[in-house]
Design a protein around this ligand. Structure first.
Ligand code: KG4
Ligand code: ZN
Length: 336
């Protein structure tokens, strides 16, 4: 079965064709990063306008690369939540038009479920149930993947997401947006023991995250150093931030896996591209004899192959939408 996936929830316009949820036939991503960089973050209205301009061309290319036409696909899957509302609306309306014009079913996909599906594309043997950490620019969740379409969120962030923490610390250090990857690069030649950073916990919620205290402590440290005219080594600070975020994410995920009896653990979301997070979680799983799955690097960030993959499983489970499908800016995975 061939699914055409469409993604437009943030600053990537993407379309992809995936066979049976597991095999990428084509994947096209048009990123707007260069434009948003000027403003230090994503400007929602600009994002919507660029999606509007690019979505047809990106979809045409995904079909052409796959040497297929719309008539060959079995369903059109689209990200309808969560994300920037104007950005989501472009994708939802476009997919609705495609589905209606071609008489194909329309399949709604939750963006985080899409990130989780990146591991189905990378590891063809992976099947639920398992525990997945999803860390991105907007979310940090520990999720029980009970089946391909049933999820239970057992840990979440109370303030900033892990990717947001990377990006805000990076900005304070003078790196361009999005800063996560710059911290990752700088950390390669830094000493992570040079700075002791806090590991904020959330009282009464052992699987939940809080990253704002870590961010504030980095910003304060940089301000204090600037006032005193002291130079802070960006490589060392990057290495310290990266190892602290990696430890926090890994410790909570291991705690949850042990408490709930999961021996199969996965990592997904934009932050899954981070070398420190990949190594820390992989090592912790290996130490406990857990199976560990992470997406190949090119699938970590937003793409439409993950939407087509999850779209396949949704479609098989009978999850389709009618012409009244709307975009939703905030939606828990448990309410899909
Ligand atoms: O999943 P994603 O592409 O978009 C959202 O759904 O949010 O995630 C983007 C986030 C950004 O915060 C970005 O800085 C972060 O993922 N990220 C990284 C790395 N690559 C991307 N963070 C740390 N290290 C990286 N190598
Ligand atoms: Zn994402």
């Amino acid at each position: 079965m061939l699914i055409l996936g469409i993604e437009s929830s943030c600053d990537e316009t993407a379309a992809s064709i995936v066979r049976d949820g597991r095999e990428i036939i084509s994947s096209v991503i048009s990123t707007q990063i260069e434009e948003h960089k000027k403003y230090g973050g994503v400007v929602p209205e600009i994002a919507s306008r660029r999606h509007c301009e690019n979505i047809l061309g990106v979809t045409r290319k995904a079909l052409a690369d796959a040497q297929l036409t719309l008539a060959d696909v079995d369903a059109v899957a689209v990200t309808y939540a969560p994300g920037l509302i104007g950005a989501l609306l472009v994708g939802v309306n476009f997919a609705k038009g495609l589905a209606t014009a071609s008489g194909k079913p329309l399949v709604p996909v939750h963006h985080i479920a899409g990130h989780i599906a990146t591991n189905y594309l990378t590891h063809t043997e992976l099947e639920p149930p398992y525990l997945s950490l999803v860390a991105s620019g907007g979310h940090s969740h520990i999720i029980e993947v009970q089946s391909y379409t049933k999820f239970k969120v057992i840990g979440r962030t109370h303030d900033d997401a892990a990717g947001e923490c990377f990006d805000k610390c990076a900005r304070a250090m003078g790196f361009p947006y999005p800063g996560g990857v710059h911290i990752d690069n700088a950390a390669q030649s830094g000493d992570r023991t040079k700075f002791k950073l806090p590991h904020p916990t959330v009282a009464g919620s052992e699987f939940d995250f809080s990253f704002s205290g870590l961010k504030t402590s980095v910003i304060n440290m940089l301000h204090n150093a600037e006032q005193k005219g002291v130079e802070i080594d960006r490589n060392d600070l990057s290495a310290s931030i990266q190892s602290t975020i990696s430890e926090i994410l890994t410790d909570k995920t291991m705690l949850a896996a042990e408490a709930l009896g999961y021996k199969k653990v996965a990592l997904a979301g934009g932050v899954s591209a981070n070398s420190g997070v990949r190594a820390a979680l992989s090592e912790a799983c290996q130490k406990r004899g857990f199976e560990f799955y992470m997406p190949e690097k090119k699938l970590c960030g937003d793409n439409a192959a993950m939407i087509a993959s999850q779209g396949f499983y949704n479609f098989k489970a009978g999850i389709t939408a009618d012409e009244s499908l709307n975009a939703v800016a905030t939606l828990s995975m448990e309410d899909i």
